[in-house]
Write a protein that binds this ligand. Structure first.
Ligand SMILES: Nc1nc2c(ncn2[C@@H]2O[C@H](COP(=O)(O)OP(=O)(O)OP(=O)(O)O)[C@@H](O)[C@H]2O)c(=O)[nH]1
Ligand SMILES: [Zn+2]
Length: 292
């Protein structure tokens, strides 16, 4: 039988199998035969040993499509990053860092701006257009007005999705609305309780129907980027691409070079100022990191 690892605790793995429920499995011999440790998100073949008690063995880990480190999970189809349009004011530097990190991992990110009820339509569009114009899908939601919830639900269908965002943006409220029937009793709520203590956090996937899974992640307030060379950072800002061919210098960093088409585009308002500023800040940071 085939299923997906949704949780692993103390040598036991919990495998969700569409329409057959969850099996508690051991992974004896897997490391020896495949030289890898099972990971939440892995699709696996299991042998059912005891159907009435829902126990089995993992016999094979199927090939991984990808593997994230934060959070620890494999086979992620997409990430949804949630920010509030206001209260708290969106930290676009943090948003850009998240987008860069996911681009590096090859995971498509959709931006969800929640609390849309707190700003005018114009304000919402101004914010969204910064990201829409660089090719990102942006959805607006309001858990208060019950808006955009179905759009998010539609995105989750048949996928494994990581949900992330800073604290206070309404991520828990949103999860409760998009997944009223999910197996979330150990999810967002107990995460909240655990956050105060120094408990080990186990990443866990929640199945919201037979073929759709979400992973909630703890609210974060900073994101340290590593493994990216400062000179490569520009490649993570896709809106630069169409201009950089025209820059005088090949490999132009678009900061201090003369005859830089990216800076021209910035002057003309064709490239977002906020994004560009975040680019420069993060560039400096990556450059300084290199010195140590
Ligand atoms: N105006 C408005 N307030 C919202 C909305 N969604 C959530 N809130 C409020 O925002 C606050 C934070 O909501 P939570 O759902 O706890 O946010 P969270 O992102 O899970 O926060 P953490 O638990 O700190 O990670 C609460 O007071 C909610 O009532 C919304 O769409 N509009
Ligand atoms: Zn340039």
């Amino acid at each position: 039988m085939q299923g997906k690892i949704i949780k692993g605790i103390a040598g036991f793995y919990y495998i969700h199998t569409p329409y057959m429920g969850v099996y508690e499995c051991k992974a004896k011999g897997i490391f020896r035969s495949q030289k890898i440790k099972p990971l939440v998100g892995d699709n696996v073949d299991i042998d059912v040993i005891d159907e009435s008690n829902k126990k089995g063995n993992i016999v094979k880990i199927l090939e991984r499509k990808n593997q994230l480190i934060r959070p620890m999970v494999s086979n992620v189809d997409q990430a949804i990053i949630i920010f509030a349009v206001s209260s708290p004011k969106p930290n676009l530097n943090l948003l850009d860092r998240f987008l860069i990190m996911m681009l590096k991992e090859g995971v498509n990110t959709i931006i969800c701006f929640n609390k849309s009820d707190l700003v005018s339509e114009d304000e919402f569009d101004n914010l969204s257009n910064i990201y829409r114009s660089c090719g990102y899908q942006v959805i607006g939601t309001s858990t208060v007005l019950d808006e955009g919830i179905q759009a998010v639900q539609a995105l989750l269908e048949d996928k494994t999705t990581v949900l992330a965002g800073p604290s206070g943006v309404g991520k828990s409220s949103l999860i409760n609305q998009i997944t009223p029937n999910a197996n979330m009793e150990t999810g967002a709520i107990s995460d909240k309780i655990q956050r105060g203590k120094h408990t080990t956090r186990h990443s866990e996937l929640h199945y919201i129907n037979e073929t759709s899974y979400i992973m909630d992640t703890p609210g974060f307030s900073s994101l340290y980027l590593d493994g990216i060379e400062c000179n490569e950072l520009k490649d993570y800002f896709s809106e630069f691409t169409e201009y950089e061919e025209g820059c005088r210098y090949k490999g132009c960093i678009h900061i201090n070079e003369p005859d830089c088409r990216v800076k021209d585009a910035l002057e003309l308002g064709e490239i977002s100022e906020v994004r560009y500023r975040n680019y420069v800040t993060i560039y400096q940071e990556l450059k300084d990191q290199r010195k140590y």
